[in-house]
Ligand binder design. Structure first.
Ligand SMILES: [Zn+2]
Length: 396
């Protein structure tokens, strides 16, 4: 691959879009960034092919951390290549498809998906999976056959079989044996998320001390507010611990519906812009135009503009309708942050919490040249993976 010089771009550096030029080396990594505040000299193009981005916004590619499906496809049922071909159009350059299963079925599913992940090239990368379970106490929308007790023997088998492909595992901290399980997983280099839980404050704190560092879709599938301990004293719950503890990054379904904007703003301010992860938790229907849809095995759903996916007959929630880029665009309104901060919440913060932050998620020398190209409204115009422009919208 020849060297490429990206010019005429607003580049996300230190949580701000700044005028800069980015030189991509022959190895697909960033070799230089010039034009930071106080520096005016451009990079000599030399042998590099110059790509003029026409004033577009350039950010590290988004990371779809937690999703079950998109359009008419599911992570369990479709080839990862089919999902990647949708994701890349939304500026997603890495994803960890969420898998729900238990026992032997889970081991088989991971094996099958690992083969699919290895086949991906020149599209969204798959550095592993997000296991939503099986060690879960509150099922929420997880089918009961996908749940298990905290079984240390199975947990060891899971680690031995799946190796590094388990990037995240969600565990409910109140399960008997949860702390030991969390220590085992975190010790194996897996990011442990807490969620689907009715844990007490103490159980949550012990789980974080044991190595948990992520909160699964905060404010969704958590026990409602506990009773007041004493008259006149405001109660405290599991979500308060997750929000207050600096060791934890909180996932927020950033559609403005699954988390009320008041709560989203509280989380954003309490955590600071570096400890929030924008997620979609999307399933079939997400990313489609408003309308009524019928997918095999699902009740008919309806999607209205700016809303979630809803049961067409009863109107109840069937999942979010957003893609990651739409979550980023809604970020300023839902969380009261800047577009640049929302990009970090869908990129850098996630790479950091899953242990990839040394090589991905930052526009700086040595990092992989995985980028999303946007206009000033955050509409995706293109995507780079390993220095190659693998997606380009007609509007570029
Ligand atoms: Zn969930």
């Amino acid at each position: 691959m020849p060297e490429i010089l990206l010019t005429n771009a607003r580049v996300l550096i230190d949580s701000e879009f700044q005028s800069a030029q980015v030189l991509i080396g022959a190895d697909g990594r960033i070799s230089a960034v010039v034009g930071l505040t106080g520096q005016t000299a451009g990079l000599p193009a030399g042998q590099a092919a110059v790509v003029d981005l026409g004033g577009a916004y350039l950010a590290p590619g988004f990371f779809d951390l937690h999703f079950h499906g998109l359009e008419d496809k599911t992570t369990n049922g479709n080839e990862l290549a089919e999902l990647a071909s949708v994701e890349i159009r939304h500026g997603v350059t890495s994803f960890t498809p969420t898998l729900c299963a238990a026992g032997v079925k889970l081991l088989k599913l991971i094996e099958e998906k690992t083969i699919q992940a290895q086949k991906l090239s020149q599209t969204t990368r798959c550095p592993g999976f997000y296991l939503e379970g099986p060690f879960v106490s509150l099922a929420g929308a997880i089918p009961p056959e996908c749940l298990m007790e905290a079984d240390m023997g199975f947990a060891r088998e899971l680690i031995a079989t799946a190796g590094k492909m388990i990037r995240v595992i969600m565990i409910s901290p109140e399960l008997p044996g949860a702390v030991e399980l969390i220590e085992l997983m975190a010790g194996a280099g897996i990011t442990v998320a807490l969620g689907h839980t009715a844990a007490t404050v103490e159980q949550t704190q012990r789980a974080i001390d044991g190595g948990a560092s992520l909160a699964t879709h905060i404010y969704n599938v958590y026990k409602e507010m506990p009773k007041s301990p004493e008259p006149g004293v405001w109660p405290v719950g599991v979500y308060d611990v997750l929000t207050a503890d600096d060791r934890v990054t909180c996932e927020v379904i950033c559609d403005g519906i699954h988390v009320h904007p008041v709560n989203a703003k509280i989380i954003c301010r309490a955590k600071g812009p570096e400890k929030v992860a924008i997620i979609t938790d999307s399933n079939v229907g997400a990313g489609l135009k408003p309308g009524r849809y019928e997918f095999p095995g699902w009740p008919a759903v309806e999607i209205r503009s700016g809303d979630a996916v809803r049961d067409a007959e009863h109107g109840w929630l069937c999942g979010s309708a957003i893609t990651v880029d739409e979550g980023v665009r809604r970020g300023p309104k839902v969380m009261g942050c800047t577009l640049a901060q929302a990009c970090d919440m869908a990129g850098r913060n996630i790479y950091n919490v899953v242990g990839l932050g040394e090589e991905f998620g930052k526009i700086a020398p040595g990092y992989w040249a995985d980028f999303v190209v946007m206009d000033e409204q955050g509409e995706v115009r293109g995507a780079f993976v390993g220095g190659e422009m693998v997606y380009k919208s007609r509007k570029v």
